[in-house]
Write a protein that binds this ligand. Structure first.
Ligand code: PNS
Length: 163
């Protein structure tokens, strides 16, 4: 049984993230999605809200058999060691992501050399999607259809507009 973790801020999970998750299931039998805190970002949603959102998305997409959601505090590598899972999935967008992802993957493998990060190249249609762009679009009444899963769209717009 090939297992992997898919960590990220997921604040919120976008259609780009969902596309990476779906494609990772072509490689792995089971994937654990891990909404985590990124110390360099201020979150819009609490961890519990992000877990609930991801659960709704997984149910709407009928992925429950092979995808679960969990969370962790501390180092991602410690979570992986605790679960006996040695593969981390990350999506890679053009240009902006490489340096950061290189450092993150190297840091994680530096902590434990059994850990490998598998990068899936972001589908071109989502290559410019990042949460700051989505937040601007939602705040300024732009159309975010097809950019964020429908089942969390209204919650996201309401939260962004609340400020
Ligand atoms: O979606 P993001 O914000 O790029 O995800 C980054 C994340 C949450 C995967 C990363 O910040 C992380 O793994 N944080 C947990 C602490 C950790 O293990 N950091 C890396 C080694 S120092």
């Amino acid at each position: 049984m090939k297992k992997a973790v898919y960590p990220g801020s997921f604040d919120p999970m976008t259609c780009g993230h969902l596309d990476i998750l779906r494609r990772s299931l072509n490689i792995f039998d089971e994937v654990i999605v891990l909404p985590a805190s990124n110390s360099t970002k201020k979150s819009l949603f609490t961890t519990q809200q992000r877990i609930d959102q991801i659960r709704r998305i997984i149910a709407a997409e009928h992925l429950e058999d092979r995808v679960s959601v969990d969370t962790f505090d501390g180092l991602l590598v410690d979570y992986c060691i605790g679960k006996g899972i040695w593969t981390i999935i990350r999506g890679l967008r053009p240009f902006s992501d490489f340096e950061y992802e290189f450092e993150l993957a190297s840091a994680n493998r530096g902590i434990d050399s059994r850990i490998e990060t598998v990068f899936l190249i972001t589908n071109l249609q989502y290559s410019y999607l990042r949460s700051s762009i989505l937040k601007d679009l939602a705040r300024l009444d732009g159309d975010i259809t097809g950019k964020i899963p429908e089942c969390i769209k209204d919650e996201f717009i309401a939260r962004v507009k609340k400020g």
